[in-house]
Design a protein. Structure first.
Length: 110
């Protein structure tokens, strides 16, 4: 087994015999024998010397876009709730300066 520099193998992961993990890759699942893993999260790109082509995007299990979308949705809901609680929705007024700074900061972080 060869593990490239900076690669991370997270959790109770079994890496099979004669495997290679690319530098900087993050392995989140077990790796079968004779495989090459690359990417974040790690995907098998070679198995038994043959190129593995992922044609179905559902096979790429990257949890971060889903989480980011979930956080953005929650921030939107919270913004609307704050506007409603402060009565800004009915008045058509912009939020107070401190509240606007907080909301801008949230947008920046997302």
């Amino acid at each position: 087994m060869v593990v490239g520099g900076g690669a991370k193998i997270l959790g109770n992961i079994i890496v099979g015999k004669n495997c290679r993990i690319g530098a900087g890759s993050v392995v989140l699942r077990n790796v079968p024998d004779d495989s090459t893993v690359f990417g974040v999260p790690g995907h098998i790109i070679f198995r038994q010397g043959k190129r593995v082509v992922i044609t179905d995007p559902k096979q790429i299990n990257d949890p971060y876009p889903k989480r980011s979308a979930s956080v953005a949705t929650e921030v939107h809901k919270l913004r609307e709730r704050v506007k409603k609680l402060e009565g800004l929705e009915e008045k058509g007024e912009p939020p107070s300066e401190p509240l606007q700074r907080i909301m801008d900061d949230l947008d920046y972080q997302i």
